[in-house]
Design a binder for this molecule. Structure first.
Ligand SMILES: [Zn+2]
Length: 73
């Protein structure tokens, strides 16, 4: 499925809201329809590459929402 996400592509650049592809949940995962999320200091550390996770990276890991699907075992 296609979703919208806040994506950072390069260090110390603004994120872009764009369409990204999301796979169906695996056996040990659930699909959550987010109703709210934010960008926290950890996300900023990733953008600044103080926390050097690979880019591109999707920001907003502190979301709240509703589980709409569970992966099949
Ligand atoms: Zn956080």
């Amino acid at each position: 499925m296609e979703i919208k996400a806040a994506v950072v592509h390069a260090p110390r650049t603004p994120f872009i809201i764009e369409a990204v592809r999301l796979e169906a949940p695996r056996a040990d995962e659930v699909l959550v329809k987010l109703t709210a999320t934010g960008v926290c200091h950890t996300d900023v550390a990733i953008v600044e590459q103080i926390l050097p996770l690979p880019l591109p990276y999707i920001l907003g890991h502190e979301g709240a929402g509703v589980v709409v699907e569970a992966g099949r075992p």
